[in-house]
Design a protein around this ligand. Sequence first.
Ligand code: AMP
Length: 214
Amino acid sequence: MINNQNCPAAFSDMPLTPHVIRAIDEIGYTKPTNIQASAIPLLLEGRDLIGRSCTGSGKTGAFAIPAIEGVDGSSHHAQVLVLSPTRELAMQIYVEMKKFSKYKEGVSLAVVYGGSAMNDQIKQLRHANIVIGTPGRLMDHMRRKTLKLDRIQTVVLDEADEMLNMGFIDDIETILTATPDERQTVLFSATMSAPLLKISNTFLTDPLTVETLA
Ligand code: AMP
């Protein structure tokens, strides 16, 4: 378990590139939240991570900022995959990631969820290097071969407990199994249950846990 004592007090103390720092400044964040200060340096090092954290803690920035730093903008295949339980959360993550990546060249995002036109999603997926989606619709695109996961570097399971409550466990396992074994895997959840621990034991490698539930 990581505590917050030795964590960077400012975004400028983190090894972030100037275009990401510029975007953070423009958004107006003056300093990292606790979960951001703990998680961002570890994720930039490539560690797998379990974040015990609720909405409102700044968890989106905690996984989005290092994920964007890791994207190779010259390459338009899916490199980052974010799984969300709901379309609303998927949209929120998309909007935040778009802002954080505003000044980084070559970053292209796709957001896919049920109830929205397939064709628009397919167009976005053709050049997206960051893909955000709900498990069911991501599975649809995998079956249609409009989403390929063989070059994914980082997978984020956001609100993983909610995804399990909604019955997505098989889809999550199928999606994770279709990504490269050497990927970075990040799991955010407000609560930990036995099925979630099983996912963590199966799909995360030597993960660190950061907890900011207060
Ligand atoms: P989240 O927990 O990711 O849903 O974020 C909750 C809210 O906190 C959102 O409105 C964010 O824009 C905001 N937020 C995230 N990180 C920071 C930060 N470092 N400074 C100020 N506000 C932030």
